[in-house]
Write a protein that binds this ligand. Structure first.
Ligand code: NOJ
Ligand code: CA
Length: 679
């Protein structure tokens, strides 16, 4: 990646209006409204003596009823009532920008913004500013606490933000505050049955769909949403706390993350929205100036699945997975295919025994006996392959941070430019949630330190994405989902066949997912008699298109791919896209996505279904109308079924144009993957 690709394409910024409103007397209600550029979305803000309230309409229908805003500061009165308006500013911004890598190269950022500067009227008045942006695809809203005499260092005890939804919609949600973060199956219920949920949370109302999440989470706690008991349609922000109950420890000037509401006619349209990225900052000038040539999307394999299916182990000993010889087998396979990286889990000292049950003992610059990492990196380099590092911390952040800088320095010296992070454990450092401010700040230090040593980051068990990859282009992908590993041998049950038809509509709205697709061998019963991958082989292929990640794992063992005709699709499929289109889909049912390769005129399509077979028709009007293509189709075989016959598939080639319609015949748990190769 060249630096020039990181730079912003200049568009125009239009300053509409700056109005210095005279301080309103606090006894009256002051009302403001803000519309999206296409005027379909409208936000109303009311500054009342008893508090701040906002509401949202979409296409003339209420979406969010008047909902409270404000912050509760520890040891002080709530900041949000008794406020007067000091000044309001409005502007419109419309500019295209380029992602250095991503699912969509050019993104339009077009919004109207309203800033409302507020101050209390009493003797020791405090100040608060609300920043609100209305895009065509949603709303962003955040708190800013400017530098001021009466509020300096402080603790946020509670964020008062509410979402009083207009309808008791079908809600797709993931309960928060459980032992393994978001690594659970999503639930679907009426909004009124939600308890406390991670975000993104996705709701399907009768006339629109919406998702609530946050953008630009920096030095703050992650947001969860709790259903307020006495009102069956009100979700209130519940910030993930520190052990003593504090939510955010901070000092003015500060700003909260953006609270975001994506709104679209149908759930499928939420997948074509870039609201979260648009509410993040462009990279800092130092980031743009740095040598970013190490930042490269790509596919990777690794000594990984063999641990999860019980063939091998992370620990040294007879079942040790990380050996020089095994690493070289992976490197040899990768060198013959379009696989740029090899991950070696269990590569370092300290994995002995039940490493996830005790305080960490990992040493981050000492390879395990039996693995000559220097030799392996040299061997890989000679074959044009890169080694991917692994920092499993077992959730011991304090212990890890003592070694962190040296650990990344060690990788830099070896020429390792990519790391997979891990935080396996029910709490960080024994008593912290994985999503609180403590972890948010730790993970920021990881990204900064890694970038200083020219290392890309793929993090598991970390904080959910909020679009920060825009600001930090070396922050590639995250897990933060119930991934393929659960089909391997995790002590819990595996995933259900509908899981991959839910996560793009929920977790996927927050950013790239390191789901680790591509399992071809469905019979790994030797050590795992009760586990299986709940899909067909064609579905596994389709996931490379359906689930976006710039670093995409090719998760099975090389011997399960060798000589397999269907591997051609994995070899061909890119991980960096010029453009993406979510075409059809319903949450938990099916999904069809098309993406165009960034470096060729070819398009790729992935279609998946849940446990139900279904036939779909897909118009190919996304193709270049002037071009002709060969569609290389990898689809379920006649009798394919995730439960009884997952491996049945067929490859078909037909000629198509933008005028063609493709008929898809998806079997239970099945899928179709297509490469449209320009002729
Ligand atoms: C959990 C990760 O999600 C998985 O990919 C990894 O293999 C294990 N931790 C061990 O670090
Ligand atoms: Ca995990």
């Amino acid at each position: 990646m060249h630096n020039s690709h990181l730079s912003i394409v200049l568009g125009f910024t239009l300053l509409l209006l700056t109005s210095a409103t005279k301080a309103e007397p606090a006894k009256q209600t002051a009302r403001y409204s803000l519309q999206s550029p296409d005027q379909q979305l409208a936000l109303q803000l009311e500054v009342k003596p008893e508090g701040l309230f906002y509401s949202v309409n979409y296409a003339g229908r209420p979406v969010v009823m008047p909902s409270r805003l404000g912050l509760k500061i520890k040891g002080q009165a709530a900041l949000g009532s008794g406020l007067k308006v000091v000044q309001t500013r409005e502007r419109e911004y419309n500019q295209d920008w380029q992602q250095p890598w991503g699912e969509q190269q050019t993104i339009n950022e077009h919004y109207r913004e309203l800033r409302v500067e507020l101050a209390e009227t009493g003797t020791k008045p405090r100040q608060l500013t609300l920043a609100i942006r209305a895009f065509n695809d949603g709303i962003g809203l955040r708190y800013e606490v400017p530098a001021q005499a009466n509020l300096q260092e402080f603790v946020i005890e509670d964020e008062l933000t509410e979402f009083v939804l207009a309808e008791n919609s079908h809600t797709w949600w993931l309960p928060a505050y459980r032992n393994w973060g978001p690594e659970y199956q999503y639930l679907r219920s009426a909004l009124s049955s939600v308890d406390v949920a991670f975000t993104p949370i996705t709701l399907e109302a009768r006339h629109y769909a919406l998702a609530i999440h946050e953008a630009a989470l920096v030095n703050y706690a992650s947001m969860t949403l709790r259903l307020v008991n006495d009102n069956t349609k009100t979700l209130k922000v519940d910030l993930v706390p520190w052990p003593n109950g504090d939510k955010v420890r901070t000092a003015a000037p500060m700003q909260s993350p953006w609270r975001t509401i994506q709104i679209a006619p149908k759930a499928i349209d939420l997948l074509n929205s870039y609201l979260t990225l648009n509410l993040n900052e462009a990279p800092a000038p130092e980031t743009l100036k740095a040598d970013n040539s190490y930042i490269k999307p790509g596919k990777y394999m690794g000594i990984w699945w063999e641990m999860h299916i019980g063939e091998k182990d992370w620990s040294p000993g007879p079942k040790q997975g990380a050996t020089t010889a095994r690493a070289k087998e992976y490197i040899d396979f990768a060198a013959q295919h379009d696989i740029s990286g090899i991950l070696i889990e269990g590569w370092n000292k300290g994995w002995e025994g039940e490493w996830w049950q005790r305080k960490p003992t990992f040493i981050f610059d000492k390879p395990v006996d039996g693995l000559d990492l220097e030799e392996v990196t040299r061997y890989a380099r000679d074959k044009g392959v890169e080694i991917i590092g692994h920092h499993e911390t077992a959730a011991g952040v304090t212990y890890y941070e003592q070694q962190m800088d040296a650990a990344f320095g060690y990788y830099e010296k070896l020429g390792i430019h990519s790391v997979k992070m891990g935080y396996v454990g029910t709490r960080i450092d024994g008593d912290q949630w994985h999503h609180g401010q403590y972890m948010v700040n730790h993970f920021q230090r990881v990204v900064d330190t890694a970038a200083r040593h020219k290392v890309m980051v793929n993090a598991h068990e970390t904080v959910t994405d909020t679009g920060l990859r825009r600001t930090y282009p070396s922050l590639m992908t995250r897990e933060c989902v119930r991934g393929m590993e659960y089909n391997g041998g995790s002590p819990d049950t595996g995933n259900m066949p509908d899981h991959t038809t839910i996560i793009p509509f929920t977790r996927g709205l927050s950013g790239p997912i390191d789901f680790t697709p591509g399992i071809f061998n469905f019979d790994y019963k030797k050590h795992r008699p009760y586990n299986r991958v709940p899909s067909t082989l064609a579905n596994q292929l389709a996931l490379y298109v359906v689930i976006y990640s710039p670093l995409q794992m090719v998760a099975d063992l090389p011997e399960n791919y060798a000589g397999h005709p269907a591997f051609q699709f994995i070899d061909d499929v890119p991980t960096d896209w010029k453009q993406s289109r979510a075409l059809q889909g319903e949450i938990g049912e099916y999904l069809v996505i098309a993406r165009q390769d960034k470096h060729s005129p070819d398009w790729y399509l992935g279609a998946i279904t849940n446990q139900d077979a279904r036939k779909l028709e897909v118009k190919l009007d996304f193709l270049d109308p002037k071009a002709r293509y060969e569609a290389q189709i990898y689809r379920d075989g006649k009798d394919a079924d995730w439960e009884t016959n997952p491996e049945a598939y067929e490859i078909k080639r037909i000629n198509v144009t933008a005028k063609s319609t493709l008929a898809l015949d998806l079997k239970p748990g099945g899928g179709t993957a297509v490469r449209f190769k320009q002729r």
